[in-house]
Design a protein around this ligand. Structure first.
Ligand code: 13P
Length: 251
């Protein structure tokens, strides 16, 4: 039985007061979420510590949206894995399409980030997904395979216990256009095939694969119902406590 996960990626939203309001909304109704759904939230760096403290008594995990691949040093503006761990953060998102496209994070850099995070015993939510032009050219499976091979497949079998995958087709992020449940299922099944070929069926069957891209209360249920979809990485809709919880409840 794979873990069911509903994770909110808050991106560069919420100052401290706004986040406290959002957290209060989540905590007030958290009892309505099924016990077998692991909730995660990913605030900005400045909000990680207060979020961790606020959620201490719950089982909501607080996740970083990024980290640097080096241990420490002259990297002005960056945050290291040990800094995250020192405030209780054990999970980090790596490879989000916005990091890839806006901040020019290459597969090679992402591979380094994955290695550094694993070295620190952190769990990685590894994001990837094709652009619209790739899908139009019927290249989406190849693009995803390349992203996984270059950014992730250097890890060892044992490392897979610390990996969560998030398939986020770029054309569905923040656009209101969701992949159909069938498109999500097709890609997730293909990803398990890729992992089976490179590693083993046992690993492929075990790893949680989340879908991300315009998930909202109205469409979550049909997406989560698909066999190879193990939850969602939610952007916009996770900024409203009611919508985020409604998505988690639809599992
Ligand atoms: O990028 C996403 C989550 O990481 C998805 O964002 P939206 O849910 O706003 O489309």
């Amino acid at each position: 039985m794979r873990q069911k996960i509903v994770a909110g990626n808050w991106k560069m939203n919420c100052d401290l007061a706004e986040m406290e309001e959002l957290l209060a909304g989540i905590k007030n109704n958290i009892g309505s979420v099924p016990n077998d759904v692991q909730l995660m939230v990913a605030p900005s760096f400045t909000n990680l510590h207060p979020a961790f403290e606020s959620l201490r008594e719950t089982n909501v995990k607080v996740v970083a949206q990024n980290m640097h691949q080096s241990e420490s040093g002259a990297f002005t503006g960056e945050v290291s894995p040990s800094m995250l761990k020192s405030i209780g953060i054990e999970t980090v998102i790596i490879g989000h399409s916005e990091r890839r496209s806006i901040f020019n994070e290459t597969d090679a850099v992402l591979a380094e980030k994955v290695s550094t995070a694993l070295k620190h015993g952190m769990t990685v939510v590894f994001c990837f997904g094709e652009e619209l032009k790739d899908r139009k050219a019927d290249q989406h499976f190849e693009v995803v395979k390349q992203q996984l091979k270059e950014g992730l497949f250097h890890i060892n079998d044992a490392d897979w216990d610390k990996i969560i995958l998030a398939y986020e087709p770029v054309w569905a992020i923040g656009t209101g256009e969701t992949a159909s449940p069938e498109q999500a299922q097709e890609m997730h099944a293909e990803i398990r095939k890729m992992i089976t070929e490179e590693f083993s069926k046992e690993i492929a069957d075990k790893v949680a694969i989340l879908y991300g891209g315009s998930v909202k209360p109205a469409n979550a249920q049909e997406i989560f119902a698909k066999e190879d979809v193990d939850g969602g990485l939610i952007g916009g809709a996770s900024l409203k406590a009611d919508d985020f919880l409604a998505i988690a409840k639809s599992y």
